[in-house]
Design a protein around this ligand. Structure first.
Ligand code: ADP
Ligand code: MG
Length: 144
C-alpha cells in the first residue's frame, strides 16, 4: 500500500512503473472517476520520453503512442457499452508481446481483454490517494 499525496507524485509513480517495465506488459488501472488513473498514465508516458499531450481516451476507447521504439496503448473502457465492441476495434491486433497496455475500467472489457500482469487499485483518501499493487504473472512480479 502506498500513499500518493499529489498529482505530481502520481505522475512520478507512473514513471517508476515505466522504468521497471522492460517487456510487454498489461496494467489494469482501477478506481473511481477522477482518482488519478490517467495522471499515472501521463507520468508513465513522460518517463519514456513522450512529450506531447496525454489525452483521456474516454470517447475513443484507446490512444496509441509510439515512444522509445515501443508501442503503448492507453485504454479507457468507461464508456464501452458492450465488451464485444472491443472485437470490432480489433483489440487483438494491439496485443503483440512487445506492447504495453494501460487499461482504465478493465472490468468493463471482460472477457475480451487480456489478463493483467499488474493490477493497480487506486482509492481516495481525502486529497491523497491510496495505491495497491498486485502482480498477476511472472512479468508482473519482476516489475513490482
Ligand atoms: P481518472 O483517470 O482516474 O478519472 P484523472 O487522472 O483524469 O483521473 O484525474 C485526476 C485528477 O485529480 C487530476 O485533475 C489531478 O490533478 C487530481 N489530483 C489531485 N490529487 C491527486 C493525487 N494525489 N493523485 C492523483 N491525482 C490527483
Ligand atoms: Mg482517466
Amino acid at each position: 500500500m502506498q500513499i500518493i499525496s499529489s498529482a505530481e507524485e502520481m505522475e512520478n509513480f507512473g514513471g517508476r512503473l515505466a522504468r521497471a517495465c522492460n517487456s510487454g506488459c498489461i496494467f489494469y488501472l482501477n478506481g473511481d472517476l477522477g482518482v488519478g488513473k490517467t495522471t499515472l498514465t501521463r507520468g508513465f508516458l513522460r518517463a519514456l520520453g513522450y512529450t506531447g499531450k496525454v489525452k483521456s481516451p474516454t470517447y475513443t476507447l484507446v490512444e496509441d503512442y509510439s515512444v522509445a521504439e515501443r508501442m503503448i496503448y492507453h485504454f479507457d473502457l468507461y464508456r464501452l457499452g458492450d465488451p464485444e465492441e472491443l472485437e470490432y476495434i480489433g483489440i487483438r491486433d494491439y496485443l503483440d508481446e512487445e506492447a504495453i497496455c494501460l487499461i482504465e475500467w478493465s472490468e468493463k472489457g471482460k472477457p475480451f481483454i487480456p489478463k493483467a500482469d499488474v493490477e493497480v487499485q487506486i482509492s481516495y483518501d481525502g486529497e491523497a490517494r491510496l495505491l495497491e499493487l498486485r502482480a498477476c504473472s511472472e512479468i508482473g512480479e519482476k516489475i513490482l
